[in-house]
Design a protein around this ligand. Structure first.
Ligand code: ADP
Ligand code: MG
Length: 257
């Protein structure tokens, strides 16, 4: 479904993606792990075309997207949904307006269809009868669910999740993990989840890829990653201060090289 090869992205002297290769088969949930600042969000943004790579190839459903015009890219984007880190709800709109926003913007559906879709996908994420509530009245977990419903409303084939469990309590995080797994099975979507939360990674992944120094340095099933002997991956998944990764290396990598 998604094939990334030799992808490079640099900001000034900061080399973020350095000949990165990654393939995500249709219907699979791929989890990309890595420290904060390693380039996980940049990777997602390069796939959905918010950022343009310096070089390399991104193929979505067999189509090379890096060279598409904005208009052609938008057609491909209709198949993709991104759940942003903070939820990114509009504070001045109620839940229904937030969920329907993209639908109204990009699809010419009648009011009743929109209303039904909004209710359907709010129910699917475990929220009912909250259409008239404002974002300020919702908990962090509910906001995440609403932003997920907004993405599902577009009935995408691919869903990107940027740190879906960051900043929510462990119980909410577990509920979100369950939801990701459930949606993947129910809707048969291809999913990419970027996170530094290992319990979430183990729970939702078919396969886990670790991003380090601009590349995927290890990839495997949750079980294979859990039992890896790779020193960098081992240090990361066990959250140890001692090891090949140093605390301040994000500052060093790319800038002095
Ligand atoms: N638009 C941008 N302009 C310049 N630098 C950026 C931009 N977006 C991200 N970066 C840099 O790229 C690196 C990776 O960032 P990011 O992908 O957000 O990390 P994370 O893995 O935490 O998601 C960071 O050093 C960040 O400062
Ligand atoms: Mg990020």
């Amino acid at each position: 479904m998604i094939e990334i090869s030799r992808l490079c992205k640099t900001f000034g002297s900061n080399i973020v993606l350095n000949n990165l290769n990654l393939t995500i088969p249709e219907g699979e949930t791929k989890v990309v792990i890595g420290r904060s600042g390693t380039g996980k969000s940049v990777l997602l943004k390069n796939i959905i075309g918010i950022l343009k790579p310096d070089s390399g190839s991104v193929k979505i459903g067999g189509v090379e997207v890096t060279s598409l015009s904005e208009r052609e890219y938008n057609k491909i984007r209709m198949k993709m949904g991104m759940v942003f880190q903070g939820g990114a709800l509009f504070d001045s709109m109620n839940v229904a307006e937030n969920v329907a926003f993209v639908l109204n913007e990009f699809m010419s559906l009648d009011e009743k269809t929109v209303r039904e879709r909004v209710a359907k996908y709010l129910a699917m994420v475990g929220l009912q009868k909250i259409e008239h509530m404002m974002p300020s009245q919702l908990s962090g977990g509910m906001k995440k669910r609403v932003s997920l419903a907004r993405v599902l409303c577009m009935e995408p084939e691919i869903i990107f999740y940027d740190e879906p469990t960051t900043g929510v309590d462990p119980i909410t995080a577990d509920a979100i993990n369950n939801l990701i797994v459930e949606l993947s099975h129910k809707l048969k979507v291809t999913s990419i989840v970027v996170t530094h939360d290992m319990s979430s990674a183990y729970k939702v992944a078919d396969s886990i890829a670790m991003l380090y120094h601009g590349q995927v340095i290890a990839e495997g099933t949750p079980d294979a990653i859990r039992h890896t002997t790779h020193p960098v991956v081992k240090q990361f998944i066990h959250g140890e201060a001692q090891g090949p990764i140093t605390e301040d290396e994000n500052l060093i990598f790319g800038h002095i090289k």
